[in-house]
Design a protein around this ligand. Structure first.
Ligand SMILES: Cc1cc2nc3c(=O)[nH]c(=O)nc-3n(C[C@H](O)[C@H](O)[C@H](O)COP(=O)(O)OP(=O)(O)OC[C@H]3O[C@@H](n4cnc5c(N)ncnc54)[C@H](O)[C@@H]3O)c2cc1C
Length: 410
């Protein structure tokens, strides 16, 4: 069957635009004919536009992918590096000996990552993908039919294409996953994440902070313009109340919930909240179909790992497809895609289980549970090796790091 494209990536947010751009930028895969299907591609914000509400903590591996694709300069211009991370429990003092403190200097790294703007990341990756020859199809996927030789794709605007491989990067409600017959499992976290940007009385000092409250974690992430991004995961009814209450009341409540760590906090943007769900696809690959990012897994934002897992999926897939091409194999064959699935499941499942365990341990006001979690933070703080291993994992420089985003040895 004649193919119009070798690879069609469905969904052009961070995971999809990242996959398409990295495929086009990597020598082993850049000969492929690639299309990116996205109904609403991101456009870059004006240089003087205020930072958008949605931001992400980018690991070193994610930075590498952005550098390899040529998207980093645009992202870095609106991103903030952070050198420290402080984690403490509601009943602890953030400056006390049992609070967990990560410091880039302990790892010999310049920083622990960057807080980047989702919109800029998506726009820069899309722009780079197009500049590297990826065909952008501004439509949504309507139908998908996979056979042994090719996948037939029908778009919402009536166009039809045939491809050797479809990459589902179309988010948690993935149509690709559904049409490929891949089941999921998971659970509702029973929480919503409330986001807003805040001005703080004291400077954030390039430090990311997270306070575990009985109702869920509250994170303050440092932004490039001196403000903080709030990600407050809490009970749905509380999230609704906090989204709707007057600004003055919100300021008082968020300042109290942060333990006053940065003095008075004042909202400078609208407030929005998102439902939180743990979801894991039973398979990441099917006949001529592979899943990346939220289409394959959604996790709690407490460790800021969603987009980092997504970009590592993208990089692992690029590695596997490159190896298949070098060996003369058809990159859409199930045997090839199973290699990707085994690799990423082995990396993602422990991360998902760890995040789920932390989420369960750090929810609820039971005194025994509270003692346990304070103990866990203190133990992690005092154990140098474990702490450094955690930091390396969060930075995306430990585990089986894909060659396409591995740092050149210094
Ligand atoms: C409050 C909150 C805070 C977070 N903070 C962080 C953080 O600090 N760090 C971090 O790493 N992660 C964070 N995450 C998680 C992160 O935002 C997600 O993991 C990430 O955005 C997923 O990216 P994605 O590209 O896989 O999916 P999405 O962003 O969901 O993108 C899916 C894309 O597919 C397109 N699409 C959908 N259906 C179709 C179709 N039929 N045809 C074509 N296209 C389609 C959509 O238009 C969209 O562009 C957070 C999440 C939340 C809720």
């Amino acid at each position: 069957m004649k193919r119009d494209f070798d690879v069609v990536v469905v969904g052009g947010a961070m995971a999809g635009a990242g996959t398409a751009a990295l495929l086009a930028a990597t020598p082993a895969t850049q000969g492929l004919r690639i299309a990116l299907v996205e109904p609403r591609p991101a456009t870059p914000p004006a240089a003087d536009a205020p930072l958008d509400l949605r931001v992400s903590a980018l690991s070193r591996a994610s930075q590498q992918l952005l550098e390899r694709t040529g998207a980093w300069t645009a992202v870095a211009a609106r991103a903030a590096p952070y050198q420290r991370m402080e984690v403490w429990e509601e009943r602890q003092d953030p400056a006390g000996p049992d609070a967990l403190v990560f410091d880039a200097a302990e790892l010999g790294e310049p920083d622990l990552g960057h807080i980047g703007e989702n919109l800029t990341i998506q726009a820069a990756l899309t722009e780079r993908a197009e500049a590297l020859g990826v065909v952008l199809l501004r439509a949504d996927l309507a139908t998908l039919e996979a056979t042994r030789d090719a996948v037939r794709l029908g778009l919402g605007d009536g166009r039809e294409f045939r491809a050797g491989l479809v990459v589902g990067a179309d988010g948690a409600e993935s149509a690709v996953r559904r049409q490929a017959g891949i089941d999921t499992r998971g659970r509702d976290y029973g929480q919503r994440a409330l986001v807003a940007h805040l001005a703080s009385e004291r400077p954030h000092g390039d430090t990311a902070r997270q306070r575990f409250l009985d109702t869920g974690p509250l994170a303050l992430l440092p932004l490039a313009d001196g403000r903080c991004s709030l990600v407050w995961s809490t009970l749905p009814e509380l999230a609704q109340e906090l989204t709707q209450c007057p600004e003055d009341e919100f300021s008082v409540r968020v300042t109290a919930a942060s333990g006053g760590v940065l003095g008075r906090l004042v909202p400078t943007t609208a407030r929005a909240s998102f439902p939180l769900r743990l979801m894991h696809a039973r398979r990441y690959a099917a006949e001529r179909v592979a899943l990346v990012g939220d289409a394959a897994h959604t996790v709690h934002p407490l460790a800021g790992q969603g987009i980092n897992l997504a970009l590592l999926d993208a990089a692992a897939l690029v590695d596997v497809l490159g190896e298949a091409l070098a060996a003369g194999d058809d990159p859409g064959e199930l045997a090839v895609l199973r290699r990707y699935e085994r690799w990423r499941k082995a990396e993602a499942l422990p991360a998902i289980a760890l995040l789920d365990g932390i989420q369960r341990l750090y929810l609820g006001g039971n005194p025994l549970q509270s003692r346990l979690r304070r103990g866990a933070l203190g133990l992690a703080q005092s154990s140098g090796t474990f702490k450094r291993a955690l930091m390396r994992r969060a930075l995306g420089v430990a585990g089986e790091v894909p060659a396409s985003v591995r740092r050149a040895p210094s």
